[in-house]
Ligand binder design. Structure first.
Ligand code: GSH
Length: 186
């Protein structure tokens, strides 16, 4: 691909095993945005992936209006801002929005990206969202799945793997967030 080539519509450079790619697809599907999905072989990275994500060289990459965006959480924010009126992922209230972003960031850095403290951090996450979103469903923005729901649900297919890694049953009671993400895809 050359930089002169134009991208039309919305495309995702993704890989089917990746929860990070799945969350981008979830957000686009929630908003009803059609896209072309281009599967990537991460053992043999394509020139297109390397060109569009030269810093991290990772999937997903979203391509929209001739522009490439990397990092799944940033892509989610871009999608939400670009198609703001359809199925908004974050609450309008600035404080609530900040809480959603705080817990999404925590989940990303302390739950997904850690292995040793994974289960401890998951408990902190569950406790924190229950406290900050008391009486509300932290994974929904009103009636529709929201930003945190998309981020957490994207991990659903990895629950078994995480249970094996941590040696703990993660889906324990009906109240756990982890059960929520599993049930989302049933
Ligand atoms: N923080 C990134 C993580 C993306 C990521 O780790 N992608 C993996 C696939 S699951 C990847 O492309 N790995 C290739 C590599 O590490 O070289 C995001 O949220 O988009």
């Amino acid at each position: 691909m050359t930089s002169l080539e134009k991208f039309e519509g919305v495309k995702i450079l993704g890989t089917w095993t990746s929860p990070f790619c799945l969350r981008v697809e979830l957000a686009l599907n929630l908003k009803g945005i059609s896209y072309e999905y281009i599967e990537q072989d991460l053992r043999n990275k394509s020139p297109l992936l390397l060109q569009l994500n030269p810093v991290h060289k990772k999937a997903p990459v979203l391509i929209h209006n001739d522009k490439a965006i990397s990092e799944s959480l940033i892509i989610l924010e871009y999608i939400d801002e670009t198609w703001q009126k359809i199925a908004p992922l974050v609450p309008e209230n600035a404080y609530k929005k900040a809480l959603v972003r705080f817990w999404a960031d925590f989940f990303e850095r302390k739950v997904i990206e850690t292995t040793i403290e994974f289960t401890e951090n998951l408990k902190v996450f569950e406790h924190g969202v229950q406290k900050d979103f008391e009486g509300e469903n932290p994974f929904f923005n009103g009636e529709i799945p929201g930003f945190l729901g998309v981020v957490v649900c994207s991990l659903s297919s990895w629950i078994k793997v995480l249970e094996m890694v941590s040696g703990e049953r993660l889906v324990v009671t009906e109240k756990t967030c982890v059960l929520f993400m599993a049930s989302c895809f049933q």
